[in-house]
Design a protein around this ligand. Structure first.
Ligand code: WTA
Length: 709
């Protein structure tokens, strides 16, 4: 036993010190923001930074809150009495729906709030003015009210990229109903887990939507979701179904009598009805957004009304540089935090025009985004490195063929390679657009690291300095500060609370504290925010100029195409297959999607390793999580490399899948298996043409320390 413990400690010590390896990379040159951009920027005077220095904190965030219309002003900007459950704008009353809709009717009722672009290119786009948005939000709010939903209740949406999604969100927000939108690409079962976790009794979905040319049956997922939720003890009494084509049912899946209803039928009884926006406490919850962590149970990140809305409005203004007359297009999905903050709440709070696109960016070809940009006159464009890599690969010369001009572009969700950044800058931005590389998380509500686009020079591959009012620090495993310019990586933390930060994990307050604060908190009784650095779970380096380079997750989360997948979620899905004894998920570097997942499984005694068993594992993952989690390969191995205490050494199999050095294996209980697995996996990969490429130092470090936690 003592032997086992020593063994475990040894592994952990050597692995955690690996998280702090010196990182060397070529220093990239600076790009100054184009003069034309600077002239019109919302923030062009560097003095703005002085308004957000630490001596002015937390009152500095009044500048963001003042962008909103309040029913009642707050009396306490930041209340830390129940640390680390921070409360912002306490005493204030506000309604998010009012702020994103009603108040714009006075100034520009006939301007498009949303422009929806259906995937089939033959279908015309639809502009929804602020007045129309007001009408539709009110009518749907009337429907929700009629169902007996009230402030504080939860409602789950499993909606694709259609205008009905922001309409439903704003209708819920109008009444104080806490919405939880689940990404449409997630499976019905995944939606069901989230319904159960949030205890929602109403699910809002759509019959179908277009993806890569196919009209998908989405309603079928509602049936799976309701069943999965019921297994966890949560009954869903109503499934509200929007119709992709009004008056016509686009799914094959039959309706369930008494439970399933078409929204257009319900709306008929509420034509023109107006629902007063509820006066809600700024500290009340606005929505839950589920994300993956290190356990199998997703975390429902709870965001507040006042703090969140202030933060996304402020960052949309200064970092997205949104002006009311801009046409802004963020290609993210509203099912992720990026869409909540920077398609719906931030842009609409500022009264701009936000474009929503239904389908895949390269449908029917790689010129599609640029045609949309040209047709609609989009001047602010926002997307992920995965989309940029893909559009570059399939159509590097496409942007030049279309006459569109962006003033501003964003990249978000994963690190971007300098080479990819430069293609984006030169070819998509045509050397006239500024780029912001925004680092942040589901938990943080809005940006944490980014250049101020009209002020700071850009540096490819670095997100830039901390954003206004955010005071980060890089800490080593012992809590010592890793100095700026030292070339050393560590754990990036945010020293202070900020208004956009999540309030708690729904139903798991102890997990909120243990995951994000326990690591560096020295006194659990302290009510002083200085004692509670927020642990972001990302590795980072800070260059001498203060710019941060984000290296990726330090936990067991795999970032696939900018989407977080927890290894435990993948593994528990694999373990639902009766033949499987053990499962481990590892990341494999991919030129387009950043990372993809590979699974290693071992079988119960007497089971034959057949392709059918592997296929079952894939199916289980797709059913439990969704297509986005589909592993590239399932490797059925004779045994997993393990420590003597039985811990699977994920870094060893990660190295195998990535053709990198497996490192020290002398502490393994079964070192002989490593070579067997290496031979099996690598020869199969080479036979399939999965040829390894040279990895960057950052990527090598990620593999070396994978699964260390
Ligand atoms: C990663 C997405 C490098 C990071 C908004 C973080 C990034 C996780 C960047 C959060 C960026 C996000 N550069 N890495 N600009 N932005 N990340 O919760 O690892 O889906 O912890 O939020 O994505 O992913 P999430």
């Amino acid at each position: 036993m003592a032997d086992d413990l020593n063994d475990l400690t040894d592994d952990e010590v050597s692995e955690s010190s690996e998280a702090l390896i010196a990182v060397h990379w070529r220093e990239e040159g600076y790009y100054p923001p184009p003069a034309k951009f600077v002239q019109q920027a919302n923030a062009s005077d560097p003095a703005i930074r002085e308004q957000f220095t630490e001596d002015k904190y937390p009152e500095c965030f009044r500048a963001y809150a003042d962008l909103l219309t309040w029913n009642k002003p707050w009396h306490t900007t930041l209340d830390t009495s129940n640390a680390p459950f921070w409360k912002w704008f306490v005493g204030g009353e506000i309604n998010a729906s009012y702020n994103c809709v009603d108040r714009h009717l006075e100034t520009h009722p006939n301007k498009a709030a949303l422009i929806w672009v259906p995937e089939p290119e033959s279908d015309a786009h639809q502009a929804i003015t602020y007045r129309e948005l007001y009408v539709r939000v009110n009518e749907f709010a009337a429907v929700l009210k009629d169902l007996g939903l009230k402030a504080g209740d939860r409602i789950t949406f499993h909606m694709p990229m259609v205008p009905e999604l922001p309409i439903a969100m704003l209708a819920a927000a109008r009444l104080g109903i806490v919405h939880s939108q689940v990404f449409a690409g997630f499976s019905g079962t995944a939606a069901g887990h989230r319904i159960a976790d949030s205890a929602s009794r109403v699910l809002v979905t759509m019959d179908g939507y277009y993806r890569s040319g196919d009209l998908l049956d989405h309603k079928v997922k509602a049936d799976e979701a309701v069943e999965a939720a019921a297994k966890e003890g949560q009954e869903v009494d109503k499934v509200l179904i929007f119709r992709r084509y009004p008056g016509q049912y686009s799914a094959k899946t039959p309706l369930v009598e008494g439970r399933d209803v078409f929204v257009d039928d319900l709306l008929a009884a509420h034509k023109g009805e107006v629902v007063e926006p509820a006066r809600l406490a700024a500290t009340d919850p606005l929505f839950l957004m589920y994300t993956s962590g290190t356990t199998g149970r997703p975390k429902g990140c709870q965001h507040s009304i006042g703090g969140y809305l202030a933060y996304v409005a402020g960052t949309s203004k200064f970092y997205q540089d949104i002006h009311p007359d801009d046409t802004y297009w963020c290609m993210a999905d509203i099912g992720w935090i990026t869409g909540h903050s920077y398609i719906v709440y931030g842009p609409l709070a500022l009264g701009t025009t936000s474009v929503i696109y239904e389908g895949t960016p390269n449908y029917p070809d790689a010129g599609r985004p640029w045609r949309v940009a040209k047709q609609l006159g989009v001047n602010i464009f926002h997307t992920s490195p995965t989309s940029i890599r893909m559009l570059r690969k399939v159509g590097p010369d496409e942007p030049a063929k279309y006459d569109f001009h962006f003033k501003h572009m964003t990249t978000v969700g994963e690190p971007i390679e300098p080479e990819v950044w430069r293609w984006y800058y030169d070819n998509v931005g045509k050397d006239e657009a500024v780029i912001v590389d925004t680092w942040w998380q589901t938990e943080t509500g809005g940006f944490l690291g980014s250049t101020l686009p009209g002020i700071d020079p850009m540096k490819p591959g670095s997100c830039g300095p901390a954003v206004l009012g955010i005071y980060p620090v890089i800490l080593d495993e012992d809590g010592n500060e890793v100095p700026q310019g030292s070339g050393k990586a560590g754990n990036i933390c945010i020293r202070n609370p900020w208004p956009g930060g999540f309030q708690t994990i729904w139903g798991q307050p102890e997990r909120f504290v243990s995951t994000y604060y326990a690591k560096y908190n020295k006194d659990p009784d302290s009510k002083d925010w200085h004692d509670w650095p927020y642990f972001a779970g990302d590795g980072a380096v800070q260059a001498a100029d203060g710019y941060f380079r984000i290296l990726g997750r330090v936990d067991d989360v795999i970032n696939v195409a900018g989407h977080r997948l927890g290894t435990k979620e993948l593994e528990s899905a694999a373990l639902t297959v009766p033949e499987i004894a053990e499962a481990a998920a590892v990341p494999v570097m991919d030129d387009i999607r950043g990372r993809v997942v590979e699974m290693y499984v071992s079988l119960k005694p007497g089971i034959e390793p057949t392709p059918a068993v592997a296929a079952k594992v894939t199916d289980a993952i797709v059913t439990d999580i969704g297509k986005i989690a589909r592993p590239r390969n399932i490797w059925i191995v004779p045994d997993m490399p393990k420590t003597r205490s039985g811990k699977i050494m994920r870094r060893v199999i990660a190295a195998t899948s990535n053709f990198t050095d497996v490192g020290d294996i002398t502490t393994l209980a079964n070192p002989e298996v490593v070579e067997k697995i290496r031979h099996q996996v690598q020869s199969a990969k080479l036979a399939k043409g999965e040829v390894p490429r040279e990895l960057s130092e950052t990527e090598l470090n990620e593999i070396k320390s994978f699964g260390a936690e």
